[in-house]
Write a protein that binds this ligand. Structure first.
Ligand SMILES: Nc1ncnc2c1ncn2[C@@H]1O[C@H](COP(=O)(O)OP(=O)(O)OP(=O)(O)O)[C@@H](O)[C@H]1O
Ligand SMILES: C[C@@](O)(CCOP(=O)(O)OP(=O)(O)O)CC(=O)O
Length: 285
């Protein structure tokens, strides 16, 4: 009985993370396991009150395994992406004091405790609206908060979200965000940084028209790898075009130059669609 009582506690954290829309697109990986891209990208983070994921993560000695419920249904956490995120966060856990109960959960305790994660998206999942970006950013952020993870270098938590889904690293910050592709093999320098805060361009509004909430035929993950293997245009874009337009886009954002911003954004989106058509077999998005 006494042992049962000692196990009878739960400690939890809730977080909300918005989705983001790329204005210079990420498409293609140079390392699939670490999710390292072939080009840098820039996105705008939406207002968390519009399109977002809300995640509650709880820990208790009575939990026998890590579990996830997504939009009311239990889903497997066994996939590499979830396992890689959990492992990276656990390895950075620190001593945490639950201020309500005064209980300390030590760095060592976290290695044996299990989490239950409940998440809900307030917009269609896996339908092309970057649910994986909001979902993994939220999951990583909330577990990192729970386990008292402190960044040892700027963007470290974004690099953990990145191993869940590339675009998720950009959802850790508001405003305009750049995901630098980086050069290191271990991905340490492939992190997101905020270019400007959400207050920088307050009269810029994003209108999202949901034309279909059905699950997509081609996932971004498999589609972009097909492009890497078959589209020469994609490699030309990544090497020759993106490095230049990233500089122009940063400037347009800093100067709130809407005409230039819109021109580059539309051209990049069209070019992304062109690489999809240049893929074999072609991807129709
Ligand atoms: N709130 C969430 N919590 C945890 N995982 C999530 C969450 N939302 C989505 N996911 C994961 O992301 C997957 C969907 O990612 P996918 O890339 O297929 O679609 P998308 O991100 O909505 O679309 P796109 O990448 O084209 O914008 C889900 O199957 C699930 O594994
Ligand atoms: C077209 C995109 O939205 C593709 C996003 O792809 P994901 O980030 O969903 O892919 P994975 O890293 O394999 O999870 C462009 C972008 O957001 O930059």
């Amino acid at each position: 009985m006494e042992a049962e009582k000692q196990d009878d506690w739960v400690f939890m954290v809730t977080a909300r993370a918005p989705t983001n829309i790329a204005v210079i697109k990420y498409w293609g990986k140079r390392d699939q396991k670490l999710i390292l891209p072939i080009n840098s990208s820039i996105s705008v983070t939406l207002n968390p009150h519009d399109l977002s994921a809300i995640t509650t993560v709880a820990v208790s000695p009575s939990f026998k395994e890590d579990r996830l419920w997504l939009n009311g249904k239990e889903v497997s956490l066994q996939g590499d992406r979830y396992q890689n995120c959990l492992r990276e966060i656990r390895s950075r856990a620190t001593d945490v004091v639950d201020t309500k109960s005064g209980r300390t959960i030590t760095k060592e305790d976290w290695q044996n405790l299990h989490v239950h994660i409940v998440s809900k998206n307030n917009f269609p999942t896996a339908a092309g609206l970057a649910s994986s970006a909001a979902g993994f950013a939220c999951l990583v952020y909330s577990i990192a908060q729970l386990m008292g993870v402190q960044e040892r270098y700027k963007g470290e938590i974004s690099s953990i979200a990145r191993v869940g889904s590339g675009s998720a690293c950009r959802s850790l910050y508001g405003g305009f965000v750049e995901w630098e592709m980086g050069e290191d093999d271990d991905g340490k320098d492939s992190v997101a940084t905020q270019l400007v805060a959400e207050t920088h361009w307050e009269d810029l509004f994003v209108i999202i028209a949901v034309v279909s909430s059905c699950q997509k035929e081609t996932s971004s993950t498999s589609g972009m790898q097909d492009s890497v293997h078959t589209s020469k245009l994609l490699h030309y874009r990544a090497k020759e075009i993106v490095p230049k337009v990233i500089i122009e886009m940063r400037k347009a954002i800093l100067e709130r130059d809407f005409a230039t911003f819109a021109r580059i954004c539309c051209a990049d989106s069209n070019q992304f669609h062109a690489t999809c058509l240049d893929t074999s077999p072609p991807i129709f998005i």
